[in-house]
Design a protein around this ligand. Structure first.
Ligand code: ADP
Ligand code: MG
Length: 681
């Protein structure tokens, strides 16, 4: 019987009812399902030199039996056989448990091939398998599959081998032109290499082919979805006045960084186009996103549109207002602030002016999304620190305009691989460069018993007129956790510095007005040391604060530590960050170490991704990341970039929609429904 990819698994010779039902449990119903069940690793049976093999690693060696084995019986069916062998130039022992029957065959002079775990210290191989004679037929790599114990590996391998031999026709879903361009293995060689590689190179090339294919499929779906959306959602054409925009940029107190120039261009291109902008602007803390926002808002105003800028807190909104007013001073731009504490009468006047188009740019908090806030001609909406707002809140603001362009800003550096995967439907702009002359924040990692050194430094900073943050993981004392709490630390520091410096307390359980009051006193310099939980994380700007202590720092992820640290180093003075931590795990130690080594948020994010993996990077639930069989977002970022570019190019070419060689890819897109602009998950 000939079998092809769609044949049921029961058509395979020797696969009976029982095996078929186990396979079914593993999700394998057809030949294709079987062939695309890839092993999660390979057992490596290549011959090794013991001198080069690290402790506890598995080895396969060819050796000669030197002495009669000794067998020790240890109760019913339990035995330990030990035999001395010569492997290369090494005289070592091989031990087998419960395989006493080997004794007869292991005669001195016999050549055997042994696989097992190498105990370097005791010079013993803890053998698992042995074959007699030199290594001849045995394969180098044996696949190991995830079979949940339902089917023995050996049996599954046999079925796989047989199917690979029996299937005549495996259509190649990867177009010839792409295979050639990247020198990728054709489908058959690829499948062989994934399951039964001839050597390490074969395995590597097979992996490369399927990683590319998976990522290409994934990117095609994302890019097709994005394109469908773009075509469906008509945006506003904002034909800004380039000359006026140039004049504004020239009037700024500093030259933009190259990265800022690049993202301004990207955003302005979106503004001008008839597509609706849906863009994420990523830039580390202090990379200068606000001025980019101001420039683009200004552009919208020169085209006769209104703009809105939404910030997560009142303080941030006020800071934005201040910056924008300063930059817009020489220009005829009307900026206003709307927040929860805007007085009723003032609010009414403001809303009238807004509806009449007398206000060009409205800055505010959630207050912006109330129903009675109406714009005359809203063309461009920016939300700062986008993760602080829910999807719904962002949508409401967006719907206040006709089809306003939307820009989301975030200071959470997300590794590019994840950004283009998880936010694949958005365009992503990245400011990956800091303004010149920024001082690095000197970061130190201390154990708890070294706290005195930190307090000494704190004294120096305070004496020089600077301010400081002390961050704790907890608000109040907890019975379960032995970590620093803010209330207690506040009391300790207040006592210690009594009569010399003022200490403030800030945490999430304070009423909003108290929080604001404390923050305000701190930014006015009336409070010298602010003890706080992580609520200070976002956006707060107090340039005079130069010192930060983070207690029990190992409890925070790298991204969060970096965000926290970004509260200092915002002024002209050298700043310091002290991590107080006694991490137990290697991973925790590595995190602390990384913090002391770099100030670069993107590098830390990459590190975080490496340490915790893509699932944990976002927290599992909202990750929005697909599961890949072979592709790995941490290591395959180059392949991902290539696949992304290829997907975009393919969708844009006429060939793609006509040429026969792309028919499989088109079919896949059609099947996944994305061409109709549906969401896929
Ligand atoms: P963030 O991206 O964290 O929101 P900000 O927009 O608050 O950063 O910018 C941080 C500081 O850097 C601000 O004081 C801002 O005026 C300043 N800044 C922004 N761009 C530049 C630049 N190109 N050169 C010098 N300073 C800049
Ligand atoms: Mg900001």
């Amino acid at each position: 019987m000939t079998i092809d990819l769609t044949s049921p698994i029961t058509n395979v010779k020797g696969v009976g009812k029982e095996t078929a039902s186990h396979l079914m449990t593993l999700g394998i119903e057809t030949i294709a399902d079987l062939l695309w069940t890839f092993p999660h690793r390979h057992e490596d049976f290549r011959l090794k030199d013991l001198a080069q093999t690290p402790h506890n690693e598995r080895v396969t060696v060819e050796c000669r039996v030197e002495r009669e084995p000794t067998v020790l019986f240890m109760g019913k069916n339990k035995s330990r056989l030990q035999v001395t062998v010569l492997a290369g130039r090494h005289l070592v022992k091989v031990v087998f448990f419960n395989q006493g029957y080997l004794k007869q065959k292991l005669v001195p002079g016999a050549i055997i091939t042994v696989t097992g775990k190498w105990d370097r210290g005791r010079q013993v191989i803890n053998g698992t398998t042995v074959t007699f004679g030199p290594k001849t037929e045995q394969v180098d790599f044996e696949p190991v599959y995830s079979l949940k114990g339902l089917i023995p590996q050996k049996r599954f391998r046999k079925i796989m081998r047989q199917v690979l031999d029996d299937v005549i026709d495996v259509p190649d879903s990867l177009p010839q032109s792409l295979q050639q361009a990247y020198k990728l293995l054709a489908i058959r060689e690829g499948l062989e290499g994934v399951h039964f590689p001839l050597d390490a190179e074969h395995a590597k090339q097979a992996r490369r082919r399927f990683a590319y294919e998976e990522l290409l499929h994934f990117q095609l779906r994302i890019q097709a979805l994005r394109k469908a959306r773009k075509d469906a959602e008509h945006g506003t054409v904002i034909s800004f006045d380039l000359q006026r925009l140039r004049a504004f940029i020239d009037s700024l107190p500093y030259e933009l960084t190259d990265a800022q120039k690049r993202v301004v261009n990207e955003i302005c291109k979106d503004l001008k186009s008839s597509h609706r902008m849906n863009r994420l602007l990523q830039g580390d803390v202090g990379s200068g996103k606000t001025v980019v926002a101001a420039i683009c808002l200004y552009a919208a105003v020169t085209a006769g549109f209104q703009g809105a800028l939404m910030a997560p807190t009142e303080i941030l909104a006020e800071q934005h207002l201040e910056s924008l007013q300063q930059w817009f001073m020489p220009f005829d731009i009307r900026v206003a602030l709307l927040s929860g504490s805007t007085k009723t009468k003032e609010r009414r006047q403001l809303l009238e002016a807004l509806a009449d188009g007398e206000i060009d740019i409205l800055i505010g908090t959630h207050a912006l999304i109330q129903p009675d806030v109406m714009f005359q001609r809203l063309g461009f909406v920016i939300t700062d620190e986008q993760h602080r707002f829910g999807v719904e809140q962002r949508r409401v603001l967006r719907d206040k305009g006709e089809h306003p362009d939307v820009l989301f800003m975030t200071a959470t550096p997300i590794p590019r691989t994840l950004a283009i995967t998880a936010f694949g439907e958005m365009d992503v702009s990245i400011i990956d460069e800091m303004p010149a002359g920024r001082k690095q924040i000197e970061t130190h990692w201390l154990k708890k018993e070294q706290m005195n050194a930190a307090i000494g430094r704190l004294e120096v900073e305070l004496a020089a007129g600077r301010q400081a943050y002390a961050i704790c993981p907890l608000i109040e004392e907890s019975e379960k956790l032995d970590v620093q709490n803010a209330v207690e630390l506040y009391e300790q520091l207040a006592t210690y510095f009594h009569g010399r410096y003022t200490v403030g307390l800030m945490h999430g359980r304070l009423p909003a007005d108290e929080k604001d009051a404390v923050m305000r006193s701190f930014s006015e310099g009336k409070v010298h040391i602010l003890v706080s939980t992580t609520v200070v994380e976002v956006g707060v700007n107090v340039p005079n604060a130069t010192f930060m202590m983070i207690y029990d720092a190992e409890r925070f992820g790298l991204a969060q530590l970096h965000q926290l640290r970004g509260r200092v180093g915002r002024g002209e003075h050298q700043s310091y960050c002290v991590l107080v931590a006694d991490p137990k795990s290697d991973e925790g130690k590595e995190r602390m170490q990384s913090m002391t080594e770099t100030n670069d948020g993107f590098r830390l994010a990459e590190k975080d991704l490496e340490l915790r993996g893509p699932g944990d990077f976002f927290g599992r639930k909202q990750s929005g990341l697909p599961d890949f069989q072979v592709a790995d977002l941490v290591h395959d970022y180059r392949i991902l970039e290539t696949a992304r570019k290829d997907a975009i190019d393919l969708l844009a070419t006429k060939d793609f929609w006509q040429e026969a060689e792309y028919h499989y890819l088109r079919e896949m897109l059609e099947k996944s429904g994305v061409l109709q602009g549906e969401r896929f998950d």
